[in-house]
Write a protein that binds this ligand. Structure first.
Ligand code: HEM
Length: 253
């Protein structure tokens, strides 16, 4: 009989890692606190200390929001499971190359980043010279904060923006041509845009895709009794769930 466990996603990540089911979750690096290389030109935040947990936080936040929707809507979860099984079989192992051939997985991750951009604000930017931006005069040295969530909440850009609908990123959907790195127009900004865009956005996406595919391939995720998923948001470094997701997992073996 399938066993169930009542655990939080972070616990899942550690458990799956110990079963070698996950590709890469460098939790041991959580205490690493060396300066990351910084790009200086036109940059406000110089030589900051960037603890690695800050970076992992973006990935963990995205995974937790994706799982909330997959637990809430089992049809989406089953459709993803079918796609993963179709690509690697029931007993195969999902590898990096496999996730590039999973359009529904990609649509789920894009919809998660649209609906729940982990950072509602980009890093602080500053004008290096007197600048006019969107009708405002920004003096040299003036700080500019970009609020990213307004783009994805905008009904002029997205139909029913508050709904979680991965299909919008598939052919025929309103997001099929969305450029999430902002080079062809800005309809979502999870990684920022322009020359200060997150330099590791594709690495982040690869990790999220791979982990999510492996989690769904190995387990069916369902709501924990007496603890239904609660999408209320709160601000930490990223915009997280006020009440962490609790779910039960059932082995698909
Ligand atoms: C889902 C995953 C991720 C998200 C949503 C994300 C998001 C962002 C955002 C919004 C920015 C600020 C861009 C701006 O101010 O214009 C940023 C910057 C940055 N990110 Fe990421 N990021 C993710 C993963 C990663 C990973 C995996 C790494 C490193 C391995 C990384 C390293 C950095 C660095 C070093 C910067 C600063 C770049 C600069 O100052 O020029 N990020 N990220």
């Amino acid at each position: 009989m399938a066993s169930t466990r009542d655990v939080t996603p972070s616990f899942h990540i550690r458990r799956l890692q110990s079963r070698r089911a996950l590709y890469f979750t460098p939790l041991s690096l959580l205490h690493w606190n060396h300066p990351l290389p910084s790009r200086i030109e036109g940059k406000l935040l110089e030589k900051q200390q960037w603890p690695v947990w800050v970076i992992l936080q973006d990935i963990a936040t995205t995974l937790e929001w994706a799982l909330l929707h997959l637990v809430t809507d089992q049809n989406i979860q089953e459709k993803l499971y079918e796609e993963v099984v179709g690509a690697v079989g029931k007993n195969g192992v999902v590898e990096e190359d496999d996730v590039t051939k999973m359009p529904y997985l990609e649509a789920i991750v894009k919809e998660t980043l649209r609906r729940h951009p982990p950072r509602h604000f980009l890093l602080s930017h500053a004008a290096v010279k007197d600048t006019e931006l969107g009708g405002y005069d920004i003096p040299a040295g003036g700080y500019v904060e970009f609020y990213t969530a307004w783009v994805t909440e905008n009904p002029e850009i997205w139909s029913d923006p508050s709904e979680f609908r991965p299909e919008r990123f598939l052919p025929g959907g309103d997001g099929v041509n969305a450029d999430w790195t902002g080079t062809r127009g800005v309809t979502m900004l999870p990684f920022g845009a322009g020359r200060r865009i997150c330099p590791a956005w594709s690495l982040g996406i690869l990790h999220i895709n791979l982990m999510l595919a492996r989690m769904i391939h190995s387990f069916k995720w369902i709501s924990a009794p007496d603890s239904p998923p609660d999408p209320t948001e709160t601000y930490a470094f990223t915009v997280v769930m006020k009440n962490s997701l609790k779910a039960q997992i059932i082995s698909r073996d």
